[in-house]
Design a protein around this ligand. Sequence first.
Ligand code: PLP
Length: 359
Amino acid sequence: MSKRFLLRDALSQFPPYVPGKPPAGDTGLTPYKLSSNENHRPPLPGVTEAVAEATQTPAAYPDPKSTGLVADLAAYLDVDPAEVVPGAGASEILSALTNITLEAGTSVVYPWPSFEMYPILAAARGAEKRAVPLLADGRHDFAGMLAQIDETTRLVLLCSPNNPTGPSVRTEELEGFMAEVPENVIVALDEAYWEFATDAEAVDGLAAFREHPNLVLARTFSKAHGLAGLRVGYGVADAEIATALRQVVAPFSVTAGAQAAAAKSLARTDEVLVRAKEVAATRDQFAADLRDLGFDVPDAQGNYVWIALDDEAAAAFEDACAAQAVAIRKLKGGVRVSIGADEALDRVRAVAADFAAGR
Ligand SMILES: Cc1ncc(COP(=O)(O)O)c(C=O)c1O
């Protein structure tokens, strides 16, 4: 690496964040992007109008405290406004959490494979990364994670439903885990996809937050609310932790348009949840079809399905989908397919059928 500038040596150790590929544009087919777990439907009525209204004076900074959105979220969640921290997506909340807990000499424990930002954020803070392999069925290995927690551990990251493999953390699993984790160690429950979960035993993050002051929730408007492009999410945390988070979240990071859109969409949460359940029904059918073809598909609880494949097969599957103008996501150990338009999923089904037939 060039040494012209005094950059941190650790930068060369950061795992790269690889965003979902756009679909190939040269097939003559309508292209579909099923590689970033985006919502394929537009935001609810009134949301884009709220953005237009709120962004009429782009020269002005937004409300730095997102006062209206925080009040609405606190009312919706039935928590104190002091426990709500808005940010530019759940990503900013996760980044802030690593910022208030990690430094050289500390460690962070997280499941793997999981959201790709976790090792990047850990590396950025100079902390030791303790990635604990998932169980064979794509679930968190809570016993394995407990075994990795020691006096250097400042943060544990959990992902429910887990991206990319799909299962939700279950109430019993979380309760058993929290009973063993030291009460001064912060446990973050990343609930980016909670609205899509239909597992009756899936953890209710809010209920768990009320029981465990060291549990912090990270949530987003990017997925079920369909506002990924606007960058807005929030943390729910004990007031002491929330105060620390606010110290490191970038000022004005949630734009006026994002605040307005989130507030408008939050007011229509009932409709968001209906749509999320529609996505879940499509997901369940898609997963069942793939399993019928003989693929190893773990319990899918987000707006995506994981197909476990060896790396060579995963690359071939991704290429075969790309040839049908569908971008999916190859990761280590398989491919992840976001739930999208029926036509796109049908093309992936056809690719899967060809694979299963050995064509
Ligand atoms: C598990 C998980 N957490 C957090 C995020 C970040 O979402 P955002 O920053 O858009 O809110 C993502 C995005 O894909 C995710 O998959």
